[in-house]
Design a protein around this ligand. Structure first.
Ligand SMILES: Nc1ncnc2c1ncn2[C@@H]1O[C@H](COP(=O)(O)OP(=O)(O)O)[C@@H](O)[C@H]1O
Ligand SMILES: [Mg+2]
Length: 232
């Protein structure tokens, strides 16, 4: 059975105009992510990986080409509409957790649902469920400063998944963690990928993470090409 495509980009180009010469960062990128698929993106620092994720999530717009999320072309939408589509379909995980420091783990994870307009009790219930799924049911009232690095990243993962997005975009999610903690986080992401059938597009420097993905794409000279695990 072929799974539906949850996210795709076609002939995507991005240049940044800074100084006299525009810099072409992405050149004719085409990719498709199917439901439940796990894709790893590797490539040198500065090769354009974050730029690509920002375009895929509608945080920035391409110079040409388009991104479709859940079948909808982001170019045809207002910033507000893109925000709503993102809230519904995309989860983000960053290298640094980006949690709100003054709020508890439970409040941080509830936030995307409250923003979406869910009731307090629904939001709290689903946030608790996700925090339990990442093994933090005993840390609900802790603030980010009262959690370890790995725990913070688990809260960030719960926050990304609480809206049940079609696809999670993760930008070096374990880049800031020791290798043991990183492995725990990776195992957790794989488990959640299977449990909720959510697609993951993960930018990583981690060999282990890339090999666990079903598909590995390498960003080089602004182009994206599929490589075999052995070529890493
Ligand atoms: N907002 C921006 N303005 C100008 N140049 C940028 C901007 N964002 C990224 N770049 C440039 O685009 C290139 C790719 O950056 P990035 O996507 O962050 O790479 P990576 O995530 O692979 O390390 C870099 O040369 C960077 O300097
Ligand atoms: Mg980056």
């Amino acid at each position: 059975m072929t799974e539906p495509v949850v996210l795709e980009c076609v002939a995507l180009n991005k240049e940044f105009v800074e100084g006299p010469e525009p810099v072409r960062v992405l050149k004719d990128i085409n990719m498709q992510v199917k439901q439940g698929e796990r894709v790893a993106i590797v490539g040198n620092s500065g090769s354009g990986k974050t730029t690509l994720l920002n375009l895929l999530g509608g945080l920035d717009l391409p110079s040409s080409g388009y991104v479709k999320v859940a079948g909808k072309n982001l170019n045809d939408m207002s910033g507000n509409q893109r925000g709503q589509l993102r809230n519904r379909h995309i989860g983000f995980i960053y290298q640094f957790h980006h949690l709100l420091p003054e709020f508890s783990a439970l409040e941080n994870v509830s936030m995307p649902l409250l923003i979406r307009g869910e009731s307090r009790s629904t939001s709290k219930g689903q946030a608790e469920e996700l925090l339990e799924a990442v093994g933090l049911e005993h840390r609900l009232q802790h603030k980010p400063s009262e959690l370890s690095g790995g725990e913070r990243q688990r809260v960030a993962i719960a926050r990304a998944l609480v809206t049940r997005p079609s696809c999670v975009l993760a930008d070096e999610p374990t880049g800031n963690l020791d290798s043991h903690t990183a492995q725990t986080i990776l195992d957790m992401m794989n488990e959640l990928n299977q449990r909720f059938n959510i697609s993951f597009v993960t930018v990583t420097h981690s060999h282990a993470l890339a090999v666990m993905a079903k598909k590995i794409l390498k960003m080089e000279d602004g182009r994206l090409k599929e490589i075999e695990p052995g070529a890493l």
